[in-house]
Design a protein around this ligand. Structure first.
Ligand code: NAP
Length: 471
């Protein structure tokens, strides 16, 4: 059993008095690790270390910061195999994709972020006035468990490059890669106190961090409910906040689009990491005439997916992270069926060959043009809904008909037609005919999916502020 006993504060792994949390392997339900939770005193020590380290770090050269991060990336790269195994054991991400989804994406940030920061460094000249972009100060980064290393790196890497100092409160449910990141930054020569980690509960360690008077900004990724609470708390202290929250993202297939490609790709995006992906395309919207064909394509694809042990290289879909996550998703599915949705593939019964583990079969539910709770509520599970629409206006209204606005997709025979419809979707990123996200493009939400942006030069602005020197 792995034990994570300590918090990374002021350049050292420090013992802590907090209570123990036992983590279970989601595929076997067996106890797999123990995490010692950090206390309020640990948060206070971490913030004090970050505050003390700020003056010296904020005036280091950009090259010095980028070089430390490049060295840390190399250290992490050397452990890519064991990190991928830790994601399979902690979260249930299949080993066949864990390295690409969870490790490579994170390490890429260490190489890409220097380019983004460079776009925002240097002074602007307005006649004789100088406008400098300066680090925002001490940043609290709060991250979830579904992509622990990548989502933490999305905050930590640009913040450090911008010259800010950081206290990270990751999810205590997936600690291994965060310990590796702290070790890598330390071994790469990051000065003590610049980066600190406190594992702890959101309610205790998280809220203390958000309200701490020495924290200047909060960068949060997680659920909409917690995001609202953090915005309230940070608002009272007038702290800058970035919120990357939940989604219920639509995939609109326009008449004449390549239906099999659109359906298969949407299903694949929906099921990634067992559906535990904020930007997952969870709502497939097809023309009335294509509804039956779309359901049968989705059913065939879902039924062909190999569900099982995340450590087996043949596995395509692992379990969800916990019994709580599984039970919430299945309750939402049951409600949809009670409200009249029809099961196209999968369903609430556990896959017959998997007697243990928090497994949910890849599930597709059809409801033609009906709008049910499951089309408005994040399931965070491998469940795709299929709805049909009469015309383009109805498709756009359905796409925008949830409180969220994180991402979306549009499929059409003609790219300009797809772009015209995509411009009317109220979401931070929209994919046209399956195009992948550009690494320098901003990522973030509209409405209940949050505000602020990550990635690209746009994301760097969250960690900088300006100072004007009028001469
Ligand atoms: P969560 O429950 O909101 O937790 C996220 C983080 O916030 C965890 O570290 C959590 O700590 C902490 N937290 C909880 N309550 C807090 C509080 N009152 N004050 C401060 N911190 C608090 O989300 P999750 O279940 O871990 O992750 C899934 C959610 O994240 C989904 O809604 C998903 O859509 C969203 N998400 C969004 C993005 C994006 O980029 N937009 C990316 C990935 C995930 P504890 O672990 O102790 O609760």
């Amino acid at each position: 059993m792995q034990v994570f006993e300590r918090q990374f504060i002021d350049g050292h792994w420090q013992s802590t008095q907090g209570r123990e949390l036992v983590l279970h392997n989601p595929a076997t339900e067996a106890p797999a690790a123990i995490v010692r939770l950090g206390s309020i005193a640990d948060v206070d020590a971490a913030v004090a270390a970050a505050r003390a380290a700020l003056p010296a770090w904020s005036v280091t050269s950009f090259q010095e910061r980028a070089s430390i991060l490049a060295t840390a990336a190399g250290i992490l790269q050397a452990q890519a195999g064991s990190l991928a195994e830790s994601f399979a054991a902690e979260i249930g991400t299949p080993i066949s994709v864990a390295k690409r989804l969870q490790v490579d994406t994170a390490i890429r940030l260490f190489h890409e972020a220097p380019r983004w920061v460079q776009a925002r460094t240097g002074d602007d000249h307005l006649d004789r006035t100088l406008v400098s972009h300066v680090p925002i100060g001490v940043v609290a980064c709060i991250a979830p468990w579904n992509y622990p290393l990548y989502l933490s790196a999305c905050k930590v890497v640009p913040a450090l490059l911008a010259g800010a100092t950081v206290v990270l409160k990751p999810s205590e449910l997936a600690p291994a890669s965060i310990v590796a990141m702290a070790d890598a930054l330390h071994r790469a020569g990051l000065p003590k106190g610049v980066f600190n980690v406190v594992f702890g509960t959101g309610v205790e360690a998280g809220e203390r961090l958000v309200t701490h008077p020495d924290v200047d900004a909060v960068s949060f990724t997680g659920s909409t409910g917690v995001g609202r609470r953090i915005a309230e708390l940070a608002g009272r202290e007038l702290k800058k906040v970035t919120l990357e929250l939940g989604g219920k993202s639509p995939s609109i297939v326009l008449a004449g689009a390549d239906l099999p490609r659109a359906v298969n790709s949407t299903l694949q995006k929906c099921l990634q990491n067992a559906g535990q992906t904020c930007a997952a395309l969870t709502r497939l919207l097809v023309p009335d005439a294509d509804y039956a064909a779309a359901c049968s394509i989705a059913a065939a694809a879902a039924n062909a997916i190999r569900v099982g042990d995340p450590l087996d290289v043949a596995t395509e879909l692992g379990p969800v992270i916990s019994a709580k996550q599984r039970d919430q998703a299945l309750a939402l599915l049951q409600q949809a069926m009670d409200e009249g949705a029809s099961l196209v593939a999968g369903g609430p019964d556990r896959p017959a060959h998997l007697p243990r583990g928090y497994f949910i079969a890849p599930t597709v539910v059809g409801m033609q043009d009906r709008d049910l709770a499951i089309t408005r509520t994040e399931a965070f599970a491998p469940i795709l809904t299929v709805q049909s629409y009469r015309d383009e206006e109805e498709a756009i209204a359905m796409a925008n008909g949830t409180p969220f606005g994180l991402s979306g997709a549009v499929w059409a025979a003609d790219e300009s037609e797809a772009l015209r419809v995509a411009r009317r979707i109220r979401a931070g990123s929209v994919s046209i005919n399956g195009a992948a996200t550009h690494p320098d493009a901003p990522f973030g939400g509209f409405r209940h999916s949050g505000f602020g942006r990550e990635r690209g030069a746009y994301g760097i602005d969250e960690f900088l502020t300006t100072q004007a020197f009028n001469r």
